[in-house]
Design a protein around this ligand. Structure first.
Ligand code: SF4
Length: 505
């Protein structure tokens, strides 16, 4: 019974469940198609990274004797999406079933179900064993819970994996060392760049195609230095563990002008497309602690991001889709400002983060959450437009991970399913955690006047605008106590200044 086996651009792992029982009669189909919404504009570096990694992976499969049918982007323009490629292939050939590992995008699965139905062929969707938990496990855990507290899920995953565990207790006596991981950037931080690779022939060919077929897309393609094979990605992980993991915890929230990576791992795009196995990554980090090469606060914080947050976010996505994408708690509809593409704004923090994103298809979690995300939330930027921006511009963004992080965490558009309160701040938080404000025309301490920081003005205006929806949230109690101390004149001034800022966007 020959099967048509699909391998998607974010499933580049030889341990993939869809490849487990591949036989000589089967065909593995891979296609360079834009799977997501047409309105999402992908970063050139992201496209080159995924397509080059796919071509390298296909070559490895062929070397192992697997029959691979591969559609390059030069020929895929006539197809709407993967389901369309599959449909066309099924018109010409006979298979008994389509086999694939759960995709990371609800719509991809939906389209493939329709295609299978149209061709009257079985669609065999296998669990994605690259994750530590599966969808049913998360659903079961979430059942009957009013709040899906990530910390509780994380502890369950610690027990399940045994990572940093001493029997049933966490090593060191504490589950979470987050409080120790919020240091501002140190002076004279000497930071090694991430591991970089010279593009080989395959990557150079992909880059030429990206220049030709994605000319108008956002982002700088060169220099291209990402790993595109599992072996290279492994070297990137080793580089991080040796050079950065010891400092990752302390400085994970810090931001520095001109320093894109600091002590971050820059491996999320490798994990999210299958080049690195998340559990293996965690075991390597854990070993660094056992060998006294990295402190517990750093290792625990790093592992929590992967087995806690990453798994939790995936669970949330599949639990609430397809309705999740439509959520818009504050009815935020303002168009996305041009400076999210150009970086041309007097706000030095946003300019820095957008320019870094344009260069590297990367920024770290605090830049995404507390700079671009914070501003979009404070200014009431359209939820779909912001989600599409994040999905397009970051090399590690796939819908399962991007949507709950953007719509839920950064924008609070799910009304509190992911975050227990909106992650908003005045410019003072950015001043504390970065040096952006040193070179800015605005003053983070001022909420009104010509030099007032837009983050600070909009923070107070946001509290006023959304008082009916947020005042009863106990985690917002201090913010509302402070707001209620303002005089009527001060409130009027803030509202006037905020209107001017919002009208100018
Ligand atoms: Fe950003 Fe405000 Fe600081 Fe300027 S002053 S860098 S706008 S937080």
């Amino acid at each position: 019974m020959p099967a048509l086996r699909l391998v998607l651009g974010d499933q580049l792992s030889h341990k993939l469940s869809a490849l487990e029982a591949v036989s000589v009669d089967d065909v593995v189909l891979m296609a360079e198609v834009n799977e997501v919404l047409p309105e999402v504009i992908h970063h050139k570096k992201k496209i080159a990274f995924i397509y080059s990694s796919m071509r390298h992976f296909a070559a490895e499969l062929i070397k192992k004797g697997v029959d691979v049918e591969y559609v390059q982007c030069e020929y895929s323009g006539k197809f709407k999406n993967l389901a369309d490629v599959v449909s066309c292939y099924l018109d010409k050939t006979g298979f008994d079933e389509i086999v694939l590992t759960e995709p990371g995008d609800y719509k991809v699965l939906d389209n493939l179900k329709d295609t299978a139905k149209k061709h009257n062929i079985r669609l065999n969707v296998l669990s994605d064993t690259r994750f530590i938990s599966d969808q049913d496990e998360f659903r079961e855990w979430a059942k009957g819970k009013k709040n899906l507290v990530m910390e509780n899920w994380y502890r369950a995953m610690r027990k399940k994996t045994g990572l940093l565990m001493d029997g049933s207790r966490p090593v060191g006596g504490k589950w979470n060392y987050d409080r120790e991981n919020r240091k501002p950037p140190g002076s004279g931080m000497n930071v090694k760049p991430p591991k970089k690779f010279r593009p080989d022939k395959i990557t150079l060919a992909v880059m030429a195609s990206v220049e030709k077929y994605f000319t108008g897309n956002f982002g700088e393609l060169k220099p291209f230095w990402f790993a595109v094979t599992a072996r290279q990605a492994r070297q990137s992980l080793d580089h991080f563990i040796s050079n950065h993991l010891p400092y990752f915890g302390d400085y994970q929230d810090a931001m520095l002008e001109g320093e894109a990576f600091l002590h971050h791992s820059v491996i999320s795009h490798y994990m999210n497309c299958g080049l690195l196995d998340p559990l293996e990554v965690c075991v390597e980090a854990e070993q660094a602690w056992y060998r006294n090469k990295a402190p517990l606060n750093a290792v625990e914080g790093f592992i929590r991001q992967i087995i806690g947050w990453r798994e939790y976010i995936r669970g949330v996505y599949w639990l609430y889709m397809p309705n999740y994408r439509e959520m818009n708690y504050f009815d935020a509809r303002r168009p996305l400002p041009d400076f999210y593409w150009t970086g041309e704004t007097k706000m030095n923090c946003i300019s820095n983060v957008v320019n870094m994103t344009r260069r590297h298809a990367y920024s770290h979690h605090i830049q995404r959450l507390m700079v671009t995300g914070n501003f979009a939330n404070l200014a009431g930027i359209d939820v779909q437009a912001v989600s599409n921006w994040y999905l397009g511009v970051y090399a590690d963004a796939h819908e399962w991970v991007e949507l709950p992080n953007t719509l839920g965490m950064a924008l609070y558009a799910d009304g509190g399913l992911v975050g227990t309160k909106p992650y908003i701040s005045t410019g003072n938080y950015i001043k504390r955690m970065s040096n952006y404000c040193d070179n800015c025309s605005y003053d983070p301490g001022k909420r009104v006047g010509d030099s007032a920081c837009p983050f600070t003005t909009l923070y107070w205006d946001y509290l006023i605008r959304h008082q009916d929806k947020l005042e009863d949230n106990h985690r917002m109690a201090i913010s509302y106590r402070n707001l209620n101390r303002l005089s009527e004149v001060e409130v009027k001034q803030i509202r006037g200044q905020a209107k001017k800022i919002l009208d100018s966007l």
